[in-house]
Design a protein around this ligand. Structure first.
Ligand code: ADP
Ligand code: ZN
Length: 430
């Protein structure tokens, strides 16, 4: 099933022609209406007329999130204030927020992209979507909400938290589809089993959209198994509308990134040079359809790669892999670069481990992984679980090449997150 078959399966040549046309318009508008970009262009000694092919995108300046902050609140607006109907800010996981504006057309376009994503996962009008992302300044809930309404499914704007109420809503209104963060999904699973509820017997769930933070294939499998559902990875960021930038189809093998709306580049974050297809690097995106806030070559700081080859679903928009991490999440212990997701991937693959964990960086050569054990293993003591502790330590050592200290915890010890989880506590910078 397709939402807009023609554009979703467009041939490469036609897609690139469309991209070039839209890129030229975007560059022209950014140059004409945003002093930040006209200044950058003069410093680089370029003019919009220098962009004559898609390759010419390399002549354009990068935009960083610092640039967005420097231009807060209205600096990057390309339209009159009267045309703007919505303000969002980034959730501020990593510092001060950035202001993102939408015109009516922008909101509609963001919703169109969500509609494509949802239809791609097999959703139908009789589905019920319980939206457990945070409503408000964060794009996560509202953009999904508008897209789902466009498709015509029943949306329950539940927001996050109030877990028992969530369960009641899910039962009363026969929720089929969840939209939430992976960390909250794991918590929800824990509460369900604690309440003696059986996801298959007591609920009507078919699928979940998980995004807003990195998670591993192991976590996906764990969640799919527990709830007996399909989990689809959903990627987006406020600077590029929020959710709906890239999404998995039924093949569940990478996320189609809507290339008629965004130009993808994958670069080496240190050199800024493009890497080969299939190689890991930082995702850089240029908006092609945005009115209120066109952004050129945005450094997302997210590490991913393009999955080579065609997708069986027939969509021609290229796929990016699961986000491996953010360049700013990476930490170094004993000279080794480590992403929290590598640790999560190991933990979620070990039997006996529950959903919650924390990484404590004590010094530049010492880290501790604190991890909750599953309820069925916990009998009031944890001292006798030496084998489990050793297994985790060994598996972590072989994945990250550093031997961490592993601390097993009673279930429910660590703080629970409803939105984005804080996994790393860096005591070296406190
Ligand atoms: P903030 O930068 O304040 O967290 P956003 O709320 O816009 O702002 O979050 C966007 C970021 O969330 C992305 O840049 C990415 O790092 C992360 N993210 C979103 N979806 C996913 C996903 N499916 N997998 C991994 N990370 C994701
Ligand atoms: Zn596909």
């Amino acid at each position: 099933m397709f939402w807009q078959k023609e554009i979703e399966t467009i041939g490469r040549k036609a897609l690139e022609e469309l991209q070039l046309k839209r890129l030229k318009q975007t560059v022209q508008r950014a140059y004409k209406n945003i002093p930040f970009y006209s200044d950058k262009f003069s410093k680089l000694n370029i003019k919009p007329k220098d962009i004559n092919s898609l390759k010419d995108i390399k002549k354009l300046p990068f935009t960083t999130r610092e640039n967005l902050r420097e231009n807060y609140p209205f600096g990057l607006l390309a339209v009159e204030r009267e045309q703007v109907v919505r303000l969002h800010t980034s959730s501020g996981t990593t510092g001060k927020p950035k202001a993102i504006f939408f015109t009516k057309k922008d909101i509609n376009q963001a919703a169109e992209l969500i509609a494509r994503c949802l239809i791609m996962t097999g959703i139908k009008k009789d589905d019920v979507l319980q939206n457990m992302m945070t409503y408000g300044l964060f794009t996560g809930a509202l953009i999904m909400h508008y897209g789902a309404e466009k498709v015509g499914v029943l949306v329950i704007p539940a927001g996050p938290g109030h877990t028992k109420r969530q369960l009641a809503l899910m039962q009363d209104f026969k929720t089929t589809t969840l939209h939430l963060t992976p960390s909250y999904a794991l918590y929800l699973a824990d509460v369900m089993s604690n309440e003696g509820l059986d996801p298959k017997r007591d609920f009507f769930l078919r699928r979940a959209y998980l995004g807003a933070e990195p998670y591993s294939e192991e976590t996906r499998k764990k969640i799919e198994k527990f709830f007996s559902i399909d989990v689809f990875n959903s990627y987006g960021l406020s600077e590029m509308n929020g959710p709906g930038v890239a999404f998995e189809c039924m093949e569940k093998n990478g996320m189609h990134l809507w290339e008629d709306n965004f130009i993808i580049e994958i670069i080496n974050p240190e050199t800024g040079k493009e890497v080969a297809e299939g190689e890991k690097g930082e995702l850089v995106l240029t908006t092609l359809c945005r009115e209120a806030m066109p952004i050129l070559r945005y450094r997302t700081r997210d590490i991913t790669m393009i999955i080579p080859g065609k997708c069986k679903c027939g969509r021609t928009h290229r796929r990016i892999s699961r986000i491996i991490g953010r360049t700013d999440d990476m930490f170094i212990v004993r000279g080794v670069n480590i992403f929290p997701q590598q640790i999560e991937q190991v933990l979620m693959g070990v039997k006996g481990v529950a959903q919650n964990y924390q990484i404590i960086l004590e010094s530049y050569d010492q880290m501790t992984v604190r991890v909750e054990i599953s309820r069925d293993l916990f009998d009031g003591r944890i001292e006798h679980l030496m084998n489990l502790q050793n297994e985790i330590t060994e598996k972590l050592r072989s994945e990250i090449l550093v031997k961490p200290k592993v601390e097993l915890l009673e279930p429910g010890t660590l703080p629970v997150s409803e939105g984005k989880a804080t996994r790393v506590i860096d005591k070296r910078t406190l």
